[in-house]
Design a binder for this molecule. Structure first.
Ligand code: SAH
Ligand code: SF4
Length: 455
C-alpha cells in the first residue's frame, strides 16, 4: 500500500511541477514514506533521516534548499516527536492527509524563506472526507498496478498497530475503483492488484452516494474483469474470516482472477489465535481452504506467521509447525512478534525472550522455505501466463511473475516487454524460476486502441 500511496503522492506533486529525481542529492523535496508494522521500520526512519540531514546541509551550502517530509504510519504514530527529534524535517503527514501536500509544501516554502524560524508542519488528522475524493486522476506507471480499494481496520488484533495508524475501515465506492482501473488500463496496465489492510472486508457502495447499496469484493472483481485489457486480477491482504461465499465463487468463475491467495494465519494454535484476538480458529481456516479448493482446485496459498507472541508455549509453536506442514504454503512472511506501543499485546505479562523467538523463527523458516522450494520444483514443466513487467539483470532477459507470484526469468526480445506471454517453466530456484517463451498472447496495444477510439 505504501507503493500505491507513494505513487499517488507523486501524482499530487506533479500538479505543482515536481518530477521524480534520480536520487536524494538532486531532489528539491524528499518524502520518506514509512511503515510502522514492526519495530525495525521506525528505527530505519531515524537512521535514514540522519543521512538526509547531511544531504540537506550539503545542498544548502551550495545554495539549494531541500524540503524533507515524513509520511506514512510512523509519521501518524510518532507525530510531533519526529519534528522534536529531527528539527530539520519540514513536514510530517499521515496516510490519510497526503492530498493536502500542495498546501503543506507552500507553507513549508514560506516558512523556509520567511522571517520566523522554520517550524515543521504536522498534519496527521483523520479527515471526515476520504482523501480519494481530493486526489488528482491517477497516472499509469508500468504494466502492473496497485489499486487501493479499502483502507484501515476495525478488527484490533492485539499485536497490530494498523487500526490506530490507518484508522477505521473504509471502502471506496465501486464507481471510483472502476474508473481508476479503466484509467490505468487505458495507460497500458494489464494486471491490477487490489489493496487493503483487510481487502476482503471491502464493502463499497455499488451505487455511489447511496448508502445501503454496499456490495463485496466478489462483485467488484467480476465488474473489474469486464474491463478490456485487464487480464490478471489479484488482491491482498485478506483476513480468513472475511472470505465471503461470493468472493470464493468469483475464484471459480472469473478467469482473470489468479488462483493464488495471501491468507495470513499467524499461528497454528487456537489458544494463541484467541490471545491475538484473531476471529478465526484453525478449523475456520481449514474450512475456508476447502471451499476455495472446491471451486478452484489449482488454488495455492501464501501466508504470514508471527512467532513468539506473548504466552506462546512449546506446544503452541509445535501446532504452528504442524499447520505449516498441513497447508503447504507456497510463499510466506514470518516474523518475530514485535511489541507495538499502544497495542494490548505490548502490555501482556508473558513476553517471550528474544533468543527463544529467534530459535523458533529459524526452525519455522526452514520448513517454510522447504515447502516453497518443493512447489517451485513441482512447477517445472508447467506452461503459465506471465506479464513481463521488468527487465532482467542479464542482457535480453525479461522478468515477470507466474500466476502464483513466483518471479520468472526468460530470454526474450525487448518487444515482449509489457506483453503477456505463455511461458514454459524450465528451472527452479529457492526464490525464482527460469522459463522459455511458448507463444505470444494476441493483445491490442493500448495506444492503437486509444487511436481507434478517438478516430
Ligand atoms: N490484515 C492482515 C495483516 C496486515 S499486517 C491480517 O489480518 O492478516 C501484515 C503482517 O504483519 C501481519 O499478517 C503479521 O503477520 C505482521 N505483523 C503485524 N503486526 C506485527 C507485530 N506486532 N509483530 C510481528 N509481526 C506483525
Ligand atoms: Fe492488523 Fe489485520 Fe488484525 Fe486488522 S485484521 S488489526 S490489519 S492484523
Amino acid at each position: 500500500m505504501n507503493v500505491y500511496d507513494s505513487n499517488r503522492m507523486a501524482d499530487v506533486l506533479a500538479a505543482l511541477g515536481y518530477v521524480s529525481a534520480d536520487g536524494p542529492d538532486d531532489a528539491d523535496m524528499i518524502i520518506l514514506n514509512t511503515c510502522h508494522i514492526r519495530e525495525k521500520a521506525a528505527g530505519k526512519l531515524f537512521s535514514e533521516l540522519g543521512r538526509l540531514r547531511n544531504i540537506k546541509e550539503r545542498r544548502l551550502a551550495s545554495g539549494s534548499s531541500t524540503v524533507i517530509a515524513v509520511a506514512g504510519c510512523v509519521a501518524q504514530a510518532e507525530g510531533a516527536e519526529i519534528i522534536n527529534c529531527a528539527p530539520f524535517v519540514d513536514i510530517v503527514l499521515g496516510p490519510q492527509t497526503y492530498h493536502r501536500l500542495p498546501e503543506m509544501v507552500a507553507r513549508a516554502s514560506r516558512a523556509a524563506t520567511g522571517p520566523q524560524k522554520n517550524k515543521g508542519i504536522l498534519d496527521i488528522e483523520f479527515p471526515d472526507e476520504p482523501k480519494f475524493d481530493h486526489l488528482p486522476e491517477v497516472t499509469a506507471k508500468g504494466f502492473s498496478a496497485f489499486l487501493s480499494v479499502q483502507e484501515g481496520c476495525d478488527k484490533f488484533c492485539t499485536f497490530c498497530v494498523v487500526p490506530y495508524t490507518r484508522g477505521a475501515e473504509f471502502s471506496r465506492p465501486f464507481e471510483d475503483v472502476i474508473n481508476e482501473a479503466r484509467t490505468v488500463a487505458a495507460g497500458g496496465v494489464k494486471e491490477i492488484t487490489l489493496l487493503g489492510q483487510n481487502v476482503n472486508a471491502y464493502h463499497g457502495e455499488a451505487i455511489k452516494g447511496e448508502p445501503g447499496s454496499e456490495a463485496g469484493l466478489g462483485l467488484l472483481i467480476r465488474q473489474l474483469a469486464e474491463i478490456e485489457r485487464i487480464a490478471h486480477i489479484r488482491y491482498t491482504t485478506s483476513h480468513p474470516i472475511d472470505m465471503a461465499d461470493d468472493l470464493i465463487a468469483a475464484h471459480g468463475d472469473v478467469g482473470e482472477l489468479m488462483p493464488f491467495l495471501h491468507l495470513p494465519i499467524q499461528s497454528g494454535s487456537d489458544r494463541i489465535l484467541s490471545r491475538m484476538n484473531r476471529y478465526h480458529r484453525i478449523d475456520d481456516y481449514r474450512r475456508m481452504v476447502d471451499k476455495l479448493l472446491a471451486v478452484r482446485p489449482d488454488m495455492k496459498l501464501s501466508s504470514d506467521f508471527i512467532v513468539g507472541f506473548p504466552g506462546e508455549r512449546d506446544e503452541d509453536f509445535e501446532a504452528t509447525m504442524k499447520i505449516a506442514d498441513e497447508f503447504q504454503f507456497i510463499q510466506t512472511y514470518s516474523f518475530k512478534y514485535s511489541p507495538r506501543p499502544g497495542t494490548p499485546g505490548a502490555l501482556m505479562q508473558d513476553q517471550i525472550p528474544e533468543f527463544l523467538q529467534s530459535e523458533r523463527l529459524v526452525v519455522l523458516q526452514e520448513l517454510l522455505e522447504k515447502n516453497q522450494m518443493t512447489f517451485n520444483q513441482e512447477s517445472v514443466g508447467n506452461v503459465v501466463s506471465v506479464l513481463f513487467d521488468r527487465r532482467g539483470r542479464k542482457d535480453g532477459q525479461l522478468v515477470g511473475r507466474t500466476p502464483y507470484m513466483q518471479p520468472v526469468h526468460v530470454q526474450a526480445s525487448d518487444k515482449m516487454f509489457g506483453q503477456i506471454a505463455e511461458v514454459k517453466l524450465t528451472t527452479a530456484h529457492a526464490n525464482s524460476l527460469g522459463g522459455e517463451l511458448v507463444t505470444v498472447a494476441n493483445q491490442p496495444s493500448p495506444m492503437n486502441e486509444i487511436e481507434r477510439v478517438s478516430a
